[in-house]
Design a protein around this ligand. Structure first.
Ligand code: SAH
Length: 352
C-alpha cells in the first residue's frame, strides 16, 4: 500500500485535482491527517474515502501498546500497516515532550551495544510512516495542531537515519512544514552513527536541526571494536563533516558518548576526547550505556560517569551527563521491540 502521509500539502493538492475533486478537499484531508486521523475518519465524502483506502494504508502506524515508566517516560510499540513492529518513546521535560522516532524497521549498522541491530534491517520506513509515529502519539496524548503534545522530535529510535536518506529528508520537510504539525527544525535532533557522505550532503539541505553524531570512542581502532561503520569512515573524516555542517548552517553539533565499562570510560579516554574536540563548536552528551541482555556490554557506575564528566568539563569541553530515562521499561534503542518479537516478559506478544 501507499502512504498518504508521505505527501506534502502541495502534493496532496495535485492528488485531489487528479481525482477530479474540488480543491478545498485537499485542505480537509491534510488537516485531518495532521491531526492523526485515519483516512476512514476524514471529514470528506464516503466515496472519496473509499477510493483513497483502496490505494493508501488507512492507518499506517497504529499504537499497539504503551508502557509507562516510573519517571513518566512512555514507550510505544507501534504496528505498521504491514504488521511490522517498531517502537518510539515520549519523554516529558520542563519545556515540553520529546518524541524519539524510528526511521527503519531494525538496523544494519551492527553496533555491538545496540539492540536495534540484533535482527538486521527489515525495511526502511517511508517519510509518511515516520511522520505518522508523531501524529499518532500527538493525537493519543490529546494534542492538536495548535496545542501540540509533541513539541520536540529526536531521530534516535531504531534505524540509521542517513541509511534511509531520502525518506528522512522528506519527513523533516513535512514535519516542519507550516500548516502541518509544524515542529521547528531547531526542536528536531538527528543522530547518525557517522555516514560521512550523507552528513556532508545533509549540510546543504537547508534544514537547521541539531546534528548529533554517535562517537562512543576516541580512536579509530577502539571505535571499530564496537561500531562496524568505523571501518568505513575515520573519526577525522567525521570531524571534517561536522566542520562542514557548522560552516554551512552555523549550528553547533553534538556528540553522543555512551560510557561502557572497561571500554571507553577511563580518564585517558576523557583526555583523548577533550583533545579531539578542543575548540570545536560542539557539545558532548554522555550517557551510561543501557545494558542490553543480548550483548556482553555494561554501562559504567554513576561515580565513574560523574568523574568522566568532570574531567571533560575541566578540560574545557561542554558536556552533560544525561539521565537514563525509562530504564525500567527497556528504554534503550530496540530493546522493547526485541523483547516483543522474542516473546519475553511484559513486552511479549499477546496472541501471535
Ligand atoms: N543510528 C543512529 C540513531 C539511533 S541510536 C545513531 O547511531 O546515532 C541513538 C543513540 O543511542 C546512539 O547514540 C546510539 O549509539 C545510542 N545507543 C544505542 N544503544 C544504546 C545503549 N544500549 N545504551 C546507550 N546508548 C545506546
Amino acid at each position: 500500500m501507499k502512504i498518504l502521509q508521505d505527501l506534502s500539502y502541495e502534493e496532496l493538492c495535485s492528488l485531489v485535482a487528479d481525482m477530479g475533486e474540488k480543491p478545498f478537499r485537499a485542505r480537509q484531508i491534510y488537516e485531518g491527517l495532521m491531526h492523526g486521523k485515519k483516512i476512514s475518519e476524514l471529514p470528506i465524502p464516503q466515496a472519496m474515502r473509499t477510493a483513497l483506502v483502496e490505494v493508501y494504508a488507512d492507518e499506517p502506524v497504529k499504537i499497539q501498546r504503551v508502557f509507562t515508566a516510573k519517571d513518566g517516560t512512555k514507550k510505544y510499540l507501534f504496528e505498521l500497516w504491514d504488521g511490522n513492529i517498531i517502537e518510539g518513546v515520549l519523554m516529558a521535560y520542563k519545556y515540553g515532550n520529546t518524541q524519539c522516532v524510528s526511521t527503519q524497521v531494525g538496523c544494519r549498522m551492527g553496533c555491538k551495544f545496540c539492540a536495534s541491530t540484533l535482527g538486521g534491517r527489515i525495511r526502511d520506513l517511508t517519510a509518511g510512516e515516520i511522520l505518522s509515529e508523531v501524529l499518532t502519539v500527538n493525537r493519543s496524548e490529546g494534542g492538536t495542531l495548535k496545542e501540540r503534545k509533541v513539541t520536540n522530535v529526536v531521530l534516535m529510535g531504531s534505524g540509521e537515519p542517513f541509511d534511509n536518506y531520502d525518506a528522512v529528508v522528506k519527513f523533516l520537510r513535512n514535519v516542519t512544514a507550516e500548516g502541518g504539525i509544524c515542529i521547528s527544525a531547531r526542536n528536531v535532533s538527528l543522530s547518525t552513527c557517522g555516514l560521512v557522505p550523507e552528513m556532508r550532503r545533509f549540510a546543504e539541505e537547508g534544514i537547521p536541526l541539531n546534528l548529533t553524531v554517535s562517537l562512543h570512542a576516541t580512536t579509530d581502532a577502539e571505535r571499530r571494536r564496537t561500531m562496524p561503520i568505523a571501518a568505513r569512515y575515520s573519526i577525522a573524516e567525521i570531524l571534517g563533516a561536522c566542520t562542514f555542517y557548522f560552516e554551512k548552517t552555523g549550528r553547533r553539533y553534538i556528540f553522543e558518548y555512551s560510557l561502557i565499562e572497561g571500554e571507553n570510560a577511563d580518564m585517558v579516554h576523557a583526555e583523548q576526547l577533550a583533545s579531539l574536540l578542543k575548540g570545536r563548536p560542539c557539545h558532548v552528551n554522555l550517557i551510561r550505556l543501557n545494558p542490553v541482555k543480548e550483548r556482553n556490554l555494561k554501562g559504567t557506575d554513576e561515580r565513574t560517569a560523574q568523574a568522566f564528566l568532570k574531567a571533560l568539563t575541566s578540560l574545557g569541553i561542554s558536556a552533560t551527563l544525561r539521565r537514563s530515562m525509562g530504564a525500567d521499561i527497556g528504554g534503550a534503542c530496540g530493546q522493547l521491540r526485541a523483547r516483543f518479537l522474542h516473546g519475553g516478559d511484559e513486552g511479549g506478544p499477546a496472541d501471535n
